[in-house]
Design a protein around this ligand. Structure first.
Ligand code: SF4
Length: 424
């Protein structure tokens, strides 16, 4: 009897023009979109002679978002941005988002450029985020992106699949970030290398924003992609951004699919956790690190810079002030989120509490500007990476946590359990 297929097998079979595929099989696929950000400049410069001769495969394929170092921090960034704008004009690129729109991954989803049942590849490792809405999305390197830009196709190896079933329900002040950090702490930073991670079980309890946080960090356990099933939550979200069901064909795994590994987590048992320096899988329960003093807090990024993240943080920060030893940086993942947060009064709450709002983009997440740390400093961040030097300084420390933990700790000046009463 023919066994069913996992999500990755099903979608790659479709894109590879096969009826049935098996893990390890190599397929040539034509993705729906190719994401690039500020790195479009070095990508395009790799293929100047070929571009002159053949042009690009399609002006609809690339999606370019300027987000990494915006507004330009140095002349070299400004020059790259200028080169990208010229490339966009010359080749009439359809999907270009200049400085101020937000982080590329958020923009792709918000603008409906990643849809259920589509394949999106990107020259950024957190491209895996669009599994939140049932797309197969994955990061590729710059050389591959350059070739894809010219030819419109690339090869992919069918990954093995891991099924993660979520049971129970989350406790108060415990968030999707605590869930994914707990899973990564368990399976390790390389535990899902080149695998497709599927989330099953009580996933209907997670909003698309929460799914985004979880899928975004799939690559932090080595996964090729991380995906949620397309359900009423997805359909409702897509409708809210103007995309009706007739615009996409979702692909969900078969019930009798075969998995390389199956893991189950009880959400009720998960508490607030922290990834301590200098690895994302060094995950500890908050009680083990409580009281550690911090000098900077970062609330935002493509992992946790959405409205629901700001809502929970604002609830904690309302009427409070950030500890005098702490700089609190707020980084909305997109202009739309920034505007929504303004409308709801969340930004006012952050500013009144002493926070500094940065323009929608990557900001200090990659250590290029806007909040670089000094030696000996500690930052508590809602971002997704904490290796040495990530925030611009090799002798600084980065701790990763949920928006609730970051907001509560910003008030106290030290790592604090968000389930505690807020300091008056
Ligand atoms: Fe990468 Fe950080 Fe930007 Fe996300 S916010 S795309 S992790 S640099």
């Amino acid at each position: 009897m023919d066994m069913g297929m996992t999500f990755a097998e099903k979608i790659l079979a479709k894109y590879g023009g096969e009826k049935k595929v098996v893990p390890g099989q190599i397929l040539t696929v034509k993705p729906d979109h190719l994401l690039m950000h500020d790195n479009a400049a070095p990508i395009v410069s790799k293929i100047q002679p070929e571009l002159k001769e053949y042009g690009i495969f399609s002006k609809d394929l690339p999606v370019i978002v300027l987000d990494h170092v915006i507004p330009a921090a140095a002349e070299k960034n400004a020059v790259q941005h200028k080169q990208i704008r010229e490339f966009v004009k010359k080749y009439k690129i359809k999907h270009f988002f200049d400085v101020g729109y937000g982080v590329c991954h958020q923009i792709i989803v918000e603008k409906g450029l990643a849809l259920p049942g589509t394949v999106v590849l990107g020259s950024d490792s957190h491209t895996c985020s669009y599994g939140a809405i049932g797309a197969f999305s994955s990061g590729i390197d710059r050389t591959e992106a350059a070739a894809l830009l010219l030819t419109g196709e690339t090869w992919l190896k069918v990954p093995q699949s891991i099924k993660i079933t979520l049971k129970g329900q989350l406790q108060r002040m415990v968030t999707a970030k605590d869930v994914i950090l707990s899973i990564i702490g368990d399976v390790s930073a390389s535990g899902a290398d080149y695998c497709s991670v599927e989330f099953h079980g009580n996933v209907h309890r997670f909003s698309v924003e929460e799914r985004f946080t979880i899928a975004n960090m799939g690559v932090e356990m080595g996964a090729k992609n991380a995906v949620f099933p397309v359900d009423d939550v997805t359909i409702k979200y897509l409708r809210s951004i103007g995309i009706s069901k007739s615009k996409y064909t979702s692909i969900n795994p078969d019930d009798d699919a075969t998995y390389d590994r199956e893991l189950t987590y009880n959400l009720t048992m998960i508490g607030p956790v922290i990834a301590v320096p200098h690895s994302v899988d060094k995950v500890k329960p908050i009680k083990d690190v409580e009281g550690i003093e911090i000098q900077q807090c970062l609330l935002g990024t493509c992992t946790n810079g959405r409205l629901s993240d700001f809502q929970i943080a604002a609830k904690i920060l309302k009427g409070k002030t950030v500890h005098p030893n702490v700089r609190l940086l707020i980084l909305p993942a997109s202009r739309k989120i920034y505007l929504d947060a303004l409308k709801e009064g969340l930004i006012k709450t952050f500013i009144e509490a002493g926070g500094t709002v940065l323009p929608p983009g990557c900001g200090p997440c990659l250590g290029a500007h806007q909040g670089v740390l000094a030696p000996g400093e500690r930052c508590l961040s809602t971002s997704n990476r904490n290796f040495k030097g990530r925030m611009g300084c090799n002798e600084a420390e980065i701790y990763l946590a949920s928006p609730a933990t970051v907001a509560m700790s910003a008030v106290h000046g030290k790592i604090t359990d968000p389930r505690k009463e807020v300091r008056k």
